[in-house]
Design a protein around this ligand. Structure first.
Ligand SMILES: C[S@@+](CC[C@H](N)C(=O)[O-])C[C@H]1O[C@@H](n2cnc3c(N)ncnc32)[C@H](O)[C@@H]1O
Length: 197
């Protein structure tokens, strides 16, 4: 078991291991008390379990079934029973449900065909050739799943064009900004927070 902010979590070889990007989002969460939250791509569930300390309910999803198995163990370890787990691609598992906040530490690494890893862990970082394959699909749908005044907090990096995401949010009617950042060797990771106005 590992520990972060008093959340105890175990990992799995086929699940994204919480890293700098996870902790950047964890340290900058803006989850309101009693809100209804969605985390897409929950991995070990660390972010969702933290969010559940404030939210009324957190729906946590992932496309990787090992992630949901791992998250379930971590839910039990932390006795976090105001959570639901669902498997699927982006918003598919929540159909037409709406939320007050949507969280997503995206797979943002530019990845060429010959860099694809043939296992479920690939989905953790594979952002396609420009790094935006999943980000752009997410942005195209996110507004339909927010309550009025709802908020999005997502992680990506300078490798996958942060400005393009900010511009897209503005076009969709959000007020968006970078609310946290951390420099790595090759990139700068950011948390983008966008509020529907
Ligand atoms: C960078 S990892 C983040 C994991 C975890 N939230 C964290 O911060 O440690 C991205 C996660 O998104 C999941 N994922 C990737 N594409 C997805 C999709 N289209 N729909 C749902 N989950 C997806 C991956 O399986 C992976 O668990």
């Amino acid at each position: 078991m590992q520990e972060y902010k008093k959340i105890y979590y175990q990992t799995h070889p086929q699940v994204y291991q919480p890293a700098e990007d996870t902790f950047l989002l964890a340290d900058n969460l803006e989850v309101e008390r009693m809100s209804r939250a969605l985390e897409i791509g929950t991995g070990t569930g660390l972010i969702a379990i933290l969010a559940a300390k404030k939210a009324r309910i957190v729906i946590a999803t992932d496309i990787n079934s090992h992630a949901l198995d791992c998250t379930l163990k971590n839910i039990i370890a932390n006795k976090t029973y105001n959570m639901e787990l669902r498997k699927g691609d982006l918003f598919e598992p929540v159909e037409d449900e709406k939320f007050d906040i949507i969280l997503f530490n995206t797979p943002y690494l530019p990845t060429e065909e010959d860099e694809i890893v043939a296992d479920e862990l690939d989905a953790a970082w594979n952002g396609g050739p420009g790094g935006r394959k999943v980000i752009d699909r997410f942005l195209a749908q996110v507004k339909n799943h927010l309550n009025p005044g709802g908020k999005v907090q997502m992680v990506q990096s300078s490798l996958s064009d942060n400005e393009k995401t900010l511009k897209k949010f503005e076009e969709l009617g959000f007020k968006a900004s970078i609310t946290a950042q951390e420099k790595g060797f090759f990139e700068e990771m950011v948390v983008i927070t966008a509020v529907l106005v």
